[in-house]
Ligand binder design. Structure first.
Ligand code: PLP
Length: 398
């Protein structure tokens, strides 16, 4: 019998008492017609905002042609999108799946398989960082390695060594002849919008080369323009061997992708992996349009300009409301504001001011506007943030 009569769903989410009926760009409307400014973008998913006309059109056109045929047959849309992603990145090969955690799972499998294929099957351990988040399936969960996510789900999948964030010596000291690779998010999103120390990823890349191991980047959150570059690694000077993408890639349509070099790709021979839904023509049509828009000349320059504006304005908020916000972090349009009061209280207050943001670890408020955000919308969001901060600091000063 159900313990709660109110819902037929697994009670895994603590949801805000909000519901939306439609959206356009950065705006979301409740059934009553209330307008909210969306600085959550469905947790970095709606990269081009809601109901982008070109995405709606791409989906509708494909929906009239073909929804699904399976990977028993050639899917030309997969070839097109894979070529495009390779031309825009380090990669030579792509596998399409349906979510971030699947992209991470395959990244781990591909790293193990690469060493197996090259005659060194004892190299099967992956190094990860404290504070990481790689997803909820058993392998990605073991890579995440945080007790709060693992509790009650033991035994955990083996083969992971976790080291402190940003500590290069700690990382080097766990590399052994059993190590297959290192898995890192260029910015820890869920972990609290933590950027890696300057030069860290480049040094990890050098260690990987020295020890003959692979660099795996989890760009599920940082990829597809979120950092102001197509992929976050571009700014770090650390070119990966394997990269997991998802969230923004479909602009709201479920899709994930694992990108890899030729050396890794060839190790994934026929029969070694698969997905029923992965590479579905609907997902391909929408993602192809997303990539087309984000890689067009000028688009990422605009993201970087929007980022600078937002960054300057929130830095000002920190100096004006030190009892509410105490630090800014992040890059591009993945900005963190560490809160003094509990972040959930800040988010509830923001809801009163009709602004949607996302919580992250370490009591951080995450700002994830669509990449298409206008200057006027940035200013409006910051105004709402400052109003919320004013009412919160009035309360906390008492
Ligand atoms: C969201 C996220 C995932 C998991 O993606 P899902 O689509 O929820 O499975 C993995 N890694 C990172 C860095 C993420 O932000």
């Amino acid at each position: 019998m159900r313990s709660s009569a109110s819902s037929f769903l697994f009670p895994v989410y603590s949801r805000a008492p909000l519901c939306f009926e439609r959206g356009i760009g950065c705006s979301l409307f409740t059934p009553d017609g209330d307008l909210y400014l969306d600085f959550s973008s469905g947790v970095a998913v709606n990269a081009l905002g809601h109901a982008h006309p070109r995405l709606v059109d791409a989906l509708q056109r494909q929906a009239e042609k073909l929804w699904h045929v399976s990977n028993l047959y050639i899917v030309p849309e997969q070839e097109l999108l894979a070529r495009r992603l390779c031309e825009l990145s380090f990669a030579d090969r792509v596998f399409f799946c349906n979510s971030g955690t699947e992209a991470v799972e395959l990244s781990i499998k591909a790293a193990r398989r690469y060493h197996y294929y090259n005659g060194d099957e004892s190299r099967n351990r992956i190094i990860t960082l404290e504070g990481a988040f790689h997803g909820r399936t058993l392998g990605a969960l073991a890579a995440t390695g945080q007790e709060e996510y693992l509790e009650g789900f033991e035994p955990r999948i083996g083969g992971f060594d976790q080291v402190p964030f940003g500590d290069l010596h700690a990382l080097e000291s766990v590399i052994s002849e059993r190590t297959a690779g290192v898995l890192i998010e260029p910015v820890q999103g869920e972990g609290g919008v933590r950027t890696m120390p300057a030069g860290y990823l480049r040094s990890v890349r050098k260690l990987c080369d020295r020890y003959g191991i692979l660099l795996l980047l989890d760009e599920v959150q940082t990829g597809i323009g979120r950092t102001g570059r197509f992929f976050g690694y571009e700014e770090t000077g650390a070119i990966p061997d394997i990269l997991a993408a998802a969230k923004g890639l479909g602009g709201g349509f479920p899709i994930g992708a694992c990108l890899a070099t030729e050396a890794v790709g060839v190790a994934m021979q026929s029969g070694t992996h698969g997905s029923t839904f992965g590479g579905n023509p609907l997902a391909m049509a929408v993602a192809d349009e997303v990539v087309d828009i984000i890689s067009a000349p000028g688009f990422l320059e605009r993201v970087r300009a929007a980022s600078s504006r937002l960054r300057i304005e929130v830095e000002l908020l920190v100096s004006m409301y030190p009892r509410v916000f105490d630090r800014v972090s992040g890059t591009g349009l993945l900005i963190g504001l560490r809160c003094v009061p509990p972040v959930h209280r800040v988010i509830e207050t923001l809801h009163e001011h009709k602004l949607l943001c996302v919580p992250a670890g370490n009591n951080v408020l995450r700002l994830l506007p669509p990449l298409t955000i206008s200057d006027a919308e940035i200013d409006e969001a910051v105004l709402r943030l400052s109003r919320a901060a004013r009412s919160l600091s009035a309360v906390t000063s008492m």
